[in-house]
Design a protein around this ligand. Structure first.
Ligand code: AMP
Length: 571
């Protein structure tokens, strides 16, 4: 078995590794470190949890051990899709380089330019950055990239999701062609493959097995049920979640609950809190200080339940998570792999529980295809859905002026495809609970359209003001000091969040299954593919042109509904 000592690393790096407590290199480290030390390009197909950060940091620190940093000319560059991931990589560098004199700087949004400028001016060996902020510094003339000897792209697939690929391409062209590139991605989408072909030179390709197919330390279970009524899906899923958490008792030390959409992250967190659980949300619309605080609380054990969106949680290294809950079945199968990979790490056992309703069948099929195994079915605890009181429906109905079936789930597409129970309790689709066949899906198009408009409006106050729904000149967004830094880290670097949204709103109202297809990723930036500029200009249906009176009247109703729902939910 290979040992770290066999890997020709700088003795100071080896010492730090020993002090960190690692005994043997992980497969990606074992395979990536030797070619990286030889100066070869590396293409690593690996995800978080495999030890990939050390697989590029350790050889980088070894190589950079010789030579000195020059002002404004970093010697190496690590690009990460999110601030959290960048901060985490920076922490890793601090750990592994603690016995060297190497310097590093972290360039991420949400931090003042001044301090970052000072660090760059002093000269850094390692620059860790998100693409948008890096280009900002470059364009302000504060940074030169022609001294970069080693460049790392971390989580390239997530960069693609977030529309960063054109920025990445540009950064590639700004660095010298002689640089060494270490490129990591969990998947190899065609666009990623294109980039690697264009910018990597004869890379050593290393693929480490997906956790989901190999990691037997995760006990996966699927809790599928048919809601009693289509519009009660969201409420009953919250009740089911509470029941599952309670049933796990003390074995649940901490958990991440994943929702597909940011607004649901908020509602689920609020609802759990109202029911006495220790829960907090994390998603891209929360300001950076709040996200950092929540994350710290979760890491140090003072917060038990982290309710998260995929983008916010992606890449975070939280080693000791006992449980992962998929409150929603992810609509992109690879997200399932990433989500459940949050548990069962570093030799610990973990549980990954997924709640599903009939409309999720298609996505479950895709997930099971990807992981090449069926997810074992579980039974919800006895009476699990009894916590989903009818009161919440009554509250909704009254505040919505008698529209008895326009519950919030309809707007998100959650209820689509679900059968309606015959007024009874939800049935488990795994059969044992009742064995009753599923009801056919009733078609309620008109109602859904109204609900979708309500939903779109409900989102509006939480998002950027409507004035922002215009393409902004690049970088302007950031300069105005609003929280667009974060948005840009998720949405790309051109401050087009508002424009992206204007493109979103149409499909949300008119597109079939809109809530699912344009779910979290829509919120956090997926839909705008920067390879196809102008896509955001496409307006479907009413696009952004919603008469003001519609917005106003629904906004009030939606706010009341929110409060009523949470009150009754807690009752
Ligand atoms: P990463 O995939 O880089 O996010 O790393 C996942 C986790 O594995 C981190 O908590 C690392 O500290 C840990 N880790 C990395 N390399 C090793 C190793 N060789 N042995 C044990 N743990 C490791």
């Amino acid at each position: 078995m290979t040992k770290f000592a066999d890997l020709a690393l700088d003795p100071r790096v080896l010492q730090a590794v020993v002090e960190t407590g690692y005994e043997t290199p992980t497969p990606i480290q074992e395979q990536a470190i030797p070619p990286a030390l030889e100066g070869r390009d590396v293409l690593g197909i690996a995800q978080t949890g495999t030890g990939k950060t050390a697989s590029f940091s350790l050889p980088m620190i070894t190589i950079l051990g010789q030579g000195r940093a020059r002002a404004r000319m970093p010697r190496s560059l690590v690009l990460c899709p999110t601030r959290e991931l960048a901060a985490q990589v920076a922490e890793n560098f601090d750990t592994y380089a603690k016995h060297t004199k190497l310097t590093k700087a972290l360039l991420i949004g949400g931090v003042s330019f001044g301090d970052q400028d000072k660090a760059i001016d002093r000269g850094v060996d390692v620059l860790i950055a998100t693409p948008g902020r890096l280009l900002d510094h470059f364009e302000r003339g504060k940074l030169m990239l022609n001294g970069v000897q080693i460049m790392v792209i971390d989580e390239a697939d997530r960069m693609l999701d977030m529309g960063f690929i054109p920025d990445i391409e540009r950064i590639f062209t700004l660095t010298p062609p002689t640089r060494q590139t270490l490129f990591f991605s969990a998947t190899m989408a065609p666009e990623i493959e294109r980039i690697t072909k264009a910018f990597l030179k004869d890379p050593v390709k290393i693929e480490v097995a997906r956790q989901a197919t190999t990691n037997t330390s995760i006990e996966q279970k699927l809790f599928a049920f048919t809601p009693t009524r289509k519009d009660r899906s969201f409420t009953e899923k919250r009740a089911a979640l509470r029941a599952l958490i309670n049933a796990e008792g003390e074995s649940l030390t901490n958990a991440i609950v994943f929702c597909n959409r940011k607004m649901d992250v908020d509602v689920v967190a609020k609802s759990l809190k109202a029911h006495g659980f220790d829960a907090a949300p994390i998603h891209g619309d929360l300001d950076q200080s709040q996200r950092t605080k929540t994350l710290e609380g979760f890491r140090d054990g003072s917060l038990r339940l982290l309710i998260a969106s995929d983008v916010a949680a992606r890449g975070l290294d939280i080693p000791a998570v006992s449980h992962v809950f998929n409150f929603d079945v992810p609509t992109h199968p690879e997200d399932y792999v990433h989500r459940i990979g949050r548990t069962g790490r570093a030799g610990r056992l973990g549980k990954a529980f997924t709640l599903a309703v009939p409309s999720d069948d298609k996505y479950l099929g895709q997930i099971e295809n990807l992981v090449k195994q069926p997810i074992p079915r579980g039974e919800l605890p006895e009476g699990a859905l009894e916590g989903a009181s009818e009161n919440s429906d009554r509250a909704r109905t009254s505040t919505r002026g008698g529209s008895s079936r326009s519950g919030r789930s309809e707007g998100r597409g959650e209820g689509r495809g679900e059968g309606r129970g015959e007024g009874g309790r939800s049935r488990s689709r795994s059969g044992a609970a009742s064995g009753a066949p599923r009801d056919p899906m009733p078609v309620v198009e008109a109602e859904e359209t109204v609900a979708e408009v309500v939903e779109a409006v409900r989102e509006a106050p939480r998002e950027a003001p409507r004035a922002e729904a215009r393409p902004e000149p690049r970088r302007e967004a950031e300069r105005s000091g609003e929280r667009r830094d974060g948005n840009r880290d998720r949405n790309g670097s051109r401050g087009e969040r508002g424009a992206e949204r204007s493109g979103e709103r149409g499909p949300d109202r008119t597109g079939e299954r809109s809530g699912e297809r344009y779910g979290e990723r829509r919120d956090e930036g997926r839909p705008v593919n920067r390879s196809y500029p102008g896509q955001h200009e496409r307006i479907v249906g009413m696009g952004d042109h919603v008469p003001d009176f519609i917005l106003r009247s629904f906004k009030i109703a939606a706010a009341v509904v929110d409060e009523a729902e949470d009150d009754s939910d807690a009752a």
